[in-house]
Design a protein around this ligand. Structure first.
Ligand code: PMP
Length: 390
């Protein structure tokens, strides 16, 4: 018998499995479960984008692309960023097309972090930043964001966590799971601290096009002096409902994108060719699709926030992504107990807030990337559950 445990890499053994998975697994085994747990659009990829993918296959374009991604796609990405967020990049050196935003995040952390260097990570946030940092032998330093601050990162909270070993700040906004967004003035305050302490920034803007309200998303690299300090990660999964195509990108200083490309070349080679052609079509002709999906999400968002607040589950109004993060503190249960009981008693699946960091305890993540009909039924059951608690 081989003792695999002793032979595995220690870092990977120390990493905890994602708390999101566990609830999916339980829910999948039960019948009649209505889920508000998933983190991907319920829309299919817009038809004209799918058609481009199909056509690519029909024409036999089934080969590797250049390591960085097709030049035509990188040009479209630069045009899109300039048009939406007013930052200009050089398509030949500043962009790397990756297998989802996920790969871009991993490459960036691995290329920047030496053993023992600290990565500042606001939480609650997406589950990958801490394990990716650990795999790079960096030290994750968690910064708690709070409901009172609408889950925004404040300059004060950031300052308190800075040490001489701080190197990289992750900015996960619009945020998964809280839906928090940072307005320009909030980002300006963060930029001042970044300048003061000579930090680099990894800005995960995968939900940038899904913001609600007047002002829209501000790209961190737009702010004075931040372009040269920031790697922006974005992608097609959320913006164009293209999760299964596995396409994202990193854009930033060529001195960082270059080494990321080297790593990508050895580990991945190139992102999927068919997906890259489809992405060119999405960037060129997909604005209306984004507007349509955003309108739908916004309608659901308002319904869900109002309902939670009216049934005694205080819920701040999130302005981005497609999640709400209501408090369950009044019930006296832990997030996990709440979710387990809701699943068993009413067959509704949501995710415990502590899956996104310890400070998410006392909250649940509820996704509204579902039809109104589906959401209405789930909310009815949640209300009945809350009433049954007396
Ligand atoms: N960042 C955030 C905040 C996410 O929620 C996700 C996916 N849930 C990703 C990055 C990765 O997305 P993808 O790899 O599909 O581009």
């Amino acid at each position: 018998m081989i003792d695999y445990q002793s032979r595995l890499n220690h870092e990977i053994q120390a990493i905890k499995p994602s708390g999101i998975r566990r609830f999916f697994d339980i829910a999948n085994e039960m019948k009649d479960v209505i889920s508000l747990s998933i983190g991907e659009p319920d829309f299919s990829t817009p038809w004209h984008v799918r058609q481009t993918g199909i056509q690519t296959l029909e024409e036999g374009k089934t080969f590797y692309s250049p390591n960085r991604g097709f030049q035509e796609l990188r040009e479209e990405i630069c045009r899109w960023i300039a048009r939406k967020y007013h930052v200009s990049y050089d398509s030949s050196s500043d962009v790397l097309v990756t297998v989802g935003g996920s790969e871009a995040l991993d490459l960036c952390i691995r290329c920047l972090i030496n053993p023992g260097e600290e990565v500042l990570i606001p939480e609650p946030s997406f589950v990958c930043y801490v394990p990716m940092t650990q795999m790079a032998k960096g030290i994750p330093v968690v910064i708690e964001t709070r409901a009172e601050d609408q889950f925004r990162l404040t300059a004060d909270a950031l300052r308190q966590k800075i040490t001489p070993k701080s190197k990289l700040l992750i900015l996960p906004f619009p945020n998964n799971p809280t839906g928090a967004v940072m307005r320009r003035e909030h980002l300006e305050a963060i930029a001042e601290v970044v300048r003061e302490h000579d930090l680099l920034v990894l800005s995960d803007e995968i939900y940038g096009e899904l913001t609600y309200g007047e002002t829209g998303h501000v790209c961190f690299a737009e702010l004075e002096g931040m372009k040269e300090r920031t790697v922006v990660v974005n992608g097609f999964s959320k913006t164009y409902a293209m999760t299964g195509w596995r396409l994202g990108y990193a854009i930033g200083p060529q001195e960082i994108i270059g080494p990321m490309t080297k790593l990508h070349q050895y580990a991945i080679m190139s992102a999927p060719t068919m997906a890259q052609y489809a992405a060119i079509e999405a960037l060129r002709n997909g604005d209306e699709d984004i507007d349509h999906m955003r309108e739908q999400y916004d309608m659901r968002r308002r319904l869900i926030v109002d309902t939670f607040n009216s049934i005694g589950m205080p819920c701040f109004e999130p302005e981005g992504a497609f999640y709400v993060f209501p408090s369950i503190q009044k019930t006296g249960m832990t997030s996990e107990t709440f979710c387990e009981r809701l699943l068993h008693e009413e067959h509704v699946a949501v995710i415990p807030g502590n899956a996104f960091g310890d400070c998410g305890e006392g909250f649940i993540r509820v996704s509204y990337s579902y039809s109104l009909h589906h959401i209405t039924e789930a909310l009815k059951r949640i209300e009945r559950f809350i009433q049954s608690l007396g």
